[in-house]
Design a protein around this ligand. Sequence first.
Ligand code: DX5
Ligand code: ZN
Length: 219
Amino acid sequence: MAEVSTSVLMVDKDKAVRTFYDLEVAKTDFFHIDVMDGKFVKKNNRKQMKEYALEIKHISNIPLDVHLMVENIKENIEDYIPLEPDRITFHIEAVKDKEEALEIIRLLRDNNIKIGVAIKPDTPLKDIYEIIEYVHMVLVMTVEPGKGGQELIKDTIKKVEVLNEYAKLNDLEIDIEVDGGINKETAILVKDAGANILVSGKYITESDNFKDSIESLKN
Ligand code: DX5
Ligand code: ZN
């Protein structure tokens, strides 16, 4: 059964607490915190996402799945360590070399935070193969990072299939998370391809029944 990580990117500030409470009741498996620094992607929402993550920590024990769309990965990891997130995912495109990637991995491991690495739609899988054995999760972006409510890019589904095959061939016990444009229809495609954690924002947070929309992605 796939797990669902609800993105809070598009949640209105004035409805945030109510929405987080309702998502807790609807039993989302994770809260997906989309941190954007205005450099790796155009939007800068670091302050708002930190406030949302703190609010969620106050009202819920549901784990935080933090997605860093930032250039300064270490600085943003330090910012989230006190919130004890379940996992933090960094973009391989923001890392200058394998050494830096291993430093980031060590920082997360030393703080008991699960390690995720993300790749944008145009980034080839081979760019993460040299560090894949050290991570808990690969996040395959199914849209260009930077905003919610986009259409899933169909070519990315093949990447999920290839990654799933590669993980099986190499006995890697990793989560495969997909992120962007996930709804009832696309959920079937990405699960068949091997994704086991589905990030979904607009489809859930703009629905009139969170429980039903989350269930519809799982079943
Ligand atoms: C985009 C974010 C995604 C996005 C998902 O940069 O990483 O998490 O918010 O939202 P939807 O499901 O609306 O595409
Ligand atoms: Zn995300």
